[in-house]
Write a new protein. Sequence first.
Length: 151
Amino acid sequence: MNEKDYMKLALEEAQLAFAQDEVPIGAVIVQNGKVLARGHNLRETTKSGIWHAETVVIDEACRKLGTWHLEDCDLYVTLEPCPMCAGACIQSRIRKVIYGARDPKGGSVITVQRMFQKKAYNHHPEAHGGVMKEECAAILKEYFKTKRKPK
């Protein structure tokens, strides 16, 4: 599988989030070419602000591996991580973050701030975006369009 294939899996998770009336962001963690964890936003479902797609899959991967060290894992996510999720990637030592669309309001990999490049942190995940960015942005636009329909 390649980056696009993994991002398609993350988009499938985003579709599941959309169907649950969650903001449609999906994520996948891959270790040595194998999908280790899949998930999507669950903030509305759990009534908790910390259950973003990234934290869902990081938690699942840690439980499966029995460690918080994810140095040999890559995260694919449909939207550029926010500060909390970028911090979770640093803290769990994710090797690489690949995202789809940029987040102009909260993106903390490159758009609003560059957390992975801050020298003070003890871990610096590799990162790049733009993988299937149109598809990743489209599902978010569609979701928020349904929220703004006239009544």
